[in-house]
Structure formats: structure tokens, C-alpha cells
Design a protein around this ligand. Structure first.
Ligand SMILES: Cc1cc2nc3c(=O)[nH]c(=O)nc-3n(C[C@H](O)[C@H](O)[C@H](O)COP(=O)(O)O)c2cc1C
Length: 201
């Protein structure tokens, strides 16, 4: 299996469970994850998933929650303040980036090319290098500036994938909803998966 290197940004929008499920699914597939978590991303991991999912405990948590298969992949954790990290440069071979969930603040920074921190800079690198950038924004309702920033990101080449799980597949648990979003992200990255049943008409 060829190891794929994918950057994952976790920011302070509600929906940390989507990040956790996506990370586990990518690790199961043997990916090398370049992980960046904003301060509010760290807070929401703890608030919404639990103290056991705090960033410094994330890998053991993923193994206990999703099984030993996640050990197939690896995680390199970067500080969001480290604008000198490898993924801040287009010369790094990181092929794709997912920001899940993405706050309106971070989305605004990407839309306007601000590169104020590593999440925004790595996203900017993806756009300038014409690589795959998947943004999973979450907010409701949305202001006009927020809606415009979504369009700006899409026009710049990002795939906008709002955290909007569907209900036609009959979800019963929160995990079913998280699986749906993680499955959509994996499909956009070109991975096969069974995280939700394919619609057969
Ligand atoms: C409990 C909680 C929930 C939040 N949910 C959202 C959200 O769903 N969407 C959003 O854009 N911001 C949300 N925020 C606000 C962001 O966390 C805040 O704007 C923060 O500065 C984002 O910074 P970051 O993008 O660097 O993580 C939330 C904040 C808290 C404390």
C-alpha cells in the first residue's frame, strides 16, 4: 500500500466528533496525518468528545474507540503557531488537506489568504499548489460575510463540504451521523469505504 500524506486541521466549530471519526478512518487506511489543532479546536475536542480525546491523548483514544486498525497509520502533530512546519511550504509532499470542522473565523482567513496560523497557511499552500483542500464548515444561521467567504473558498478551488449529515440512510446514533460525514470526506479523497450505505435508488 502506498502511504498517503494528508493534512488534517481541527478548528473551533462544533462537530469535533466528525474530526475524530475522519482521523480514525484515515489512519485505518495507513495514512500519514499531519495534524494541526487550533486552540478552540482543542477546547471542542474536550467539550464535545471528552477529556480522553484531548490532543495529547488522541491516538490512544482513537485506538480504544475504533480499534487497533488505526495503528496502521501515523500522526505528526504540529503547533498551530508553527508557521515553519513542513506543511507550511509548497515543497512538502502533503497531497491533500481536510479542515474538519472548520470555524467561520478560519474559513474567513482562508477566503482572504491571511495565513495567520498553520491551519490557514497549510490551506493556502493547498490552494496555491492546486492541491485538494476539503473544508467542512459549520455554523447556523450564516451571515452574508460567512456565505461570501464560502463562495470565495470554492472559487479558489476548495471543496466545500458543510457539516450536513443526511437522514435518508436511517441514522440511529450520533456515530451514524459522524460516519456519514467521514465517509463523504473519504470519498472526496478517493478512498473506498462502507461508512454509510450507498444509495441504490
Ligand atoms: C462551544 C463553542 C462552540 C462553537 N461553535 C462554533 C461553530 O459551530 N462555528 C463557528 O464558526 N464557531 C464556533 N465557535 C466559535 C469559534 O470557536 C471561535 O470563533 C474561535 O475563535 C475560532 O477559532 P479557530 O478557527 O482558530 O479555531 C464556537 C465556540 C465555542 C466555545
Amino acid at each position: 500500500m502506498i502511504e498517503r500524506t494528508i493534512a488534517v486541521g481541527i478548528t473551533g466549530a462544533s462537530g469535533a466528533i466528525y474530526a475524530v471519526r475522519t482521523l480514525a478512518a484515515l489512519l485505518e487506511r495507513g495514512c500519514r496525518i499531519e495534524l494541526v489543532v487550533s486552540d478552540f479546536g482543542r477546547r471542542l475536542l474536550r467539550d464535545e468528545v471528552g477529556d480522553e480525546a484531548a490532543v495529547d491523548r488522541l491516538q490512544p483514544y482513537l485506538r480504544s474507540r475504533y480499534g487497533e486498525a488505526v495503528a496502521a497509520g501515523s500522526v505528526v502533530l504540529h503547533s498551530n503557531r508553527d508557521l515553519g512546519a513542513a506543511i507550511a511550504s509548497g515543497s512538502h509532499t502533503c497531497e491533500s488537506m481536510v479542515i474538519v470542522p472548520c470555524s467561520m473565523k478560519t474559513m474567513a482567513g482562508i477566503a482572504h489568504g491571511l495565513s495567520r496560523n498553520l491551519v490557514e497557511r497549510a490551506a493556502d499552500v493547498m490552494l496555491k499548489e492546486r492541491r485538494r483542500l476539503i473544508i467542512v464548515p459549520r455554523e447556523t444561521p450564516m451571515s452574508l460575510p460567512q456565505l461570501r467567504n464560502m463562495v470565495l473558498c470554492a472559487e479558489a478551488g476548495a471543496l466545500m463540504m458543510p457539516a450536513m449529515p443526511a437522514f435518508y440512510q436511517g441514522p440511529v446514533t450520533l456515530d451514524d451521523l459522524a460516519d456519514f460525514m467521514a465517509g463523504k470526506i473519504l470519498a472526496a479523497l478517493g478512498f473506498e469505504h462502507q461508512l454509510y450505505p450507498a444509495w441504490n435508488g
